[in-house]
Write a protein that binds this ligand. Structure first.
Ligand SMILES: CC(C)(COP(=O)(O)OP(=O)(O)OC[C@H]1O[C@@H](n2cnc3c(N)ncnc32)[C@H](O)[C@@H]1OP(=O)(O)O)[C@@H](O)C(=O)NCCC(=O)NCCS
Length: 178
């Protein structure tokens, strides 16, 4: 049973991450369809994810929320780099392999950007997607983020270096989107 509901989207809730979620995170995040597009090449077991919940999730730096659909955990959305002074946040998200392609990413990300802009007074929200990650690039564009640049050879995945695309949206652009 997921933790407390913190934000409600149309098809997903964003809930607090609890120690009971560690088994889900370990199973889902080690899957190649999740970790490879994220650039993760280190196996992490439940003990390491317990430490992540105790240290990073429980810290005051940034936010991590469980993406929940039909009362089941399906992914995680985070902003681990935020500056209240400058008013900017960097966000990222992942969904379990069997939960991808059903609109959950779009709903979770839009709900999270609403929160960052409307509740945390962020002026700019930034995200990044490796050039080969078609789903992530499509999702960020479809919610109204603008591709503002590309870092060449940023990631090493599957034996090759890959570019990484940087996306951003300002608070005004977010409020004025269709
Ligand atoms: C990237 C991710 C978060 C997207 O979430 P999702 O729930 O799978 O995506 P959605 O179902 O909301 O689809 C988002 C958009 O991508 C499009 N899309 C879906 N699969 C696609 C594919 N294989 N190729 C191109 N576009 C695709 C959808 O049509 C939709 O666009 P639309 O709204 O214009 O129709 C999710 O797939 C994921 O976690 N992938 C693995 C980890 C990852 O890459 N995280 C992001 C790192 S930057």
């Amino acid at each position: 049973m997921p933790g407390a509901t913190f934000l409600e989207g149309d098809s997903v809730d964003l809930c607090t991450i609890e120690k009971d979620d560690v088994a889900f995170v370990t199973e889902a995040l080690n899957h190649p369809e999740v970790r490879v597009p994220l650039g993760i090449a280190e196996p992490k077991n439940e003990t390491q994810h317990e430490e992540w919940v105790e240290e990073e999730v429980a810290s005051d730096d940034g936010f991590n929320l469980l993406i929940v659909a039909d009362d089941e955990p399906v992914g995680v959305i985070s902003s681990n780099w935020m500056s209240e002074r400058h008013g900017h946040a960097v966000m990222s998200a992942w969904l379990a392999a069997d939960a991808q392609g059903q609109g959950y990413g779009t709903d979770a990300t839009s709900t999270f950007v609403d929160f960052l802009v409307d509740e945390r007074r962020m002026e700019t929200v930034r995200a990044e997607a490796f050039a080969f990650n078609e789903k992530s690039n499509a999702m960020l564009q479809s919610i109204g983020m603008e591709r503002v640049g590309t870092i060449p050879n940023w990631a090493f995945v599957d034996g090759e270096h890959h570019d990484s695309h940087i996306y951003a949206v300002t608070a005004d652009q977010w409020r004025d989107r269709n």
